[in-house]
Design a protein around this ligand. Sequence first.
Ligand SMILES: [Ca+2]
Ligand SMILES: [Ca+2]
Length: 211
Amino acid sequence: MRGKLGVILLAVTMAAPVYAVTEDFQDINLAGTASVDVGTSFNSSTLIPVTGPIPAQGPGLVVNGISFGSPGGLRVAQNVGIVNPTQVLRTILSDFLLIDFTQPITAFSLDFIYNSGVTQTAHIDILGTDDTTVLQTQNFGSFSGANGQAFFFGVTKPGMGAVRITETLDGTTNPFFITVDNVTFSAVPEPSTGLLVATGLGGLVWWRKAR
Ligand SMILES: [Ca+2]
Ligand SMILES: [Ca+2]
C-alpha cells in the first residue's frame, strides 16, 4: 500500500535568541593555592594589580554582562576543601554578595560552597530590573556540609536585575563569608553570535560544565 505523502510545514518562530553563559572564575591565574583580592566590584573590566606571586591581570577575566560586588571586598581563591582545588569567588568580610546583571535576565544558577562543617543559613533576594525591588526571597534554612562541598541553586523568572546573598553562621546574626562558583545566567547575545546560536540551537540552551 502506498502511503500518502503529506506536506510538512515547519513553523519556525524566531524569538530573540537567549543563551546561557557561565562565570567559573578559572581565567584568573593563581599560583598554587594562592588567592587574590579583586576589590569591592569585580567584572569584565577589572584590572588586578600584581600581588605577591600573582601577576597583574585583566581585563576580561569575567564574562560580560555580570558584576560581583561586596562592600568588604571580594577574593578569588582556591576551594581547598575539596580533593581537586578549583577557583571560587568569596566575600572577604561579613558582607552580602551582590550579583548584578547588566541586562535583565530570565534565569540564573550558581553553586553555593560550604565554608566549613558549621551550620550556615543562606538567604537570597531576587531583585527586579531596578536592582532594588525584591521579587522573591529564598531561605535555605540551616544546612551543613563538608568544607568545599557545593550545592546547586537556580531560579527562572522574567525581569531579574540582580541577586543578593546574605548568610549567617550557627544561627547568630554574624554573617559568614559567602562563596560561589559557576554562576550561570541567561543573556541576549550580540547579533553575530545570536545568528549562530539561532541557526545551531535556538531557544534556551543551558550549558554546564561536566563535573
Ligand atoms: Ca571555578
Ligand atoms: Ca542589574
